[in-house]
Design a protein around this ligand. Structure first.
Ligand SMILES: O=c1ccn([C@@H]2O[C@H](COP(=O)(O)O)[C@@H](O)[C@H]2O)c(=O)[nH]1
Length: 240
């Protein structure tokens, strides 16, 4: 089973903060860095190049969700950035997912690199059963919804999903062993949950079979991001 070092979500306000965190993450092995909407909307594709030039692989988390034609064209641009992973909402359906896969592959061909791993967002880790039932008006359980999206993602040729580690065991029942489950909603015991609803510790995520945890604020807002990262990485290594 592929197991990534903890992936650090770089949700910060300016370039100084980006550089400060990246300097702190100069550890061995180097973690993958997740660039999300805040930093990408601020700086555009040049921030991807900047982070790559500092020696980090990039997970570009833009959570595409639009009509298939628009998504295919956007995914082509992402594919040509040479990132390691990227995301799309499974709720957009199989036609949209397949279009994004095509776009990503075209973009990757243009730069002669392997395409980014395409991961489907299932249900955001800020969603719980109450929101699912009372606001999205989805009658099935959250676990079932996540598992259905995982099956849809795999049957459309995606590489994996974004889910809570809590759902990894039920996803593994219905997908092939190399299908990736990348899991945000990670909180070490001492950290605040904030807006995250489905939360586990790094060690629980390891025990539940996560291929890689995504973690932001407990590292980026820590007084000592390097120490925080190392502790989380140690905890995620331990599977007992
Ligand atoms: O379901 C999801 C999908 C993506 N995320 C992203 O992960 C990080 C988590 O950051 P924390 O500060 O550790 O909460 C963030 O960039 C989200 O956009 C997620 O949390 N849940």
């Amino acid at each position: 089973m592929i197991k990534y070092s903890p992936i650090v979500a770089l949700d910060v306000a300016n370039l100084d903060q980006v550089n400060t965190i990246l300097k702190q993450l100069d550890v061995n092995p180097r973690p993958m860095v997740k660039i999300g909407m805040e930093v990408f909307y601020h700086f555009g594709p040049r921030i991807v190049k900047h982070v790559q030039a500092m020696g980090f692989t990039v997970f570009l988390d833009l959570k595409l969700h639009d009509i298939p034609n628009t998504v295919e064209r956007a995914a082509r641009v992402i594919g040509a950035l040479g990132v390691e992973m990227t995301t799309i909402h499974a709720a957009g359906g199989s036609e949209m997912l397949a279009a994004s896969k095509r776009g990503l592959m075209q973009g990757a061909q243009e730069i002669g690199k392997a395409p980014a791993k395409l991961l489907a967002i299932t249900q955001l880790t800020s969603i719980d059963d109450q929101i699912l039932h009372n606001q999205q008006h989805i009658a099935i359980s959250l676990q079932e919804s996540v598992r259905n999206y995982a099956k849809l993602a795999e049957s459309t040729g995606l590489d994996g999903v974004i889910c809570s580690a809590l759902e990894v065991p039920v996803i593994r029942e219905v997908v092939s062993p190399d299908f990736l489950c990348i899991t945000p909603g990670i909180r070490p015991n001492s950290a605040q949950n904030g807006d995250q609803k489905r939360v586990v510790t790094p060690n629980q995520a390891a025990k539940l079979g996560s291929n890689g945890i995504v973690i932001g604020r407990p590292i980026t807002q820590s007084a000592d991001p390097k120490f925080a990262y190392k502790q989380i990485a140690e905890e995620f290594k331990e599977e007992k």
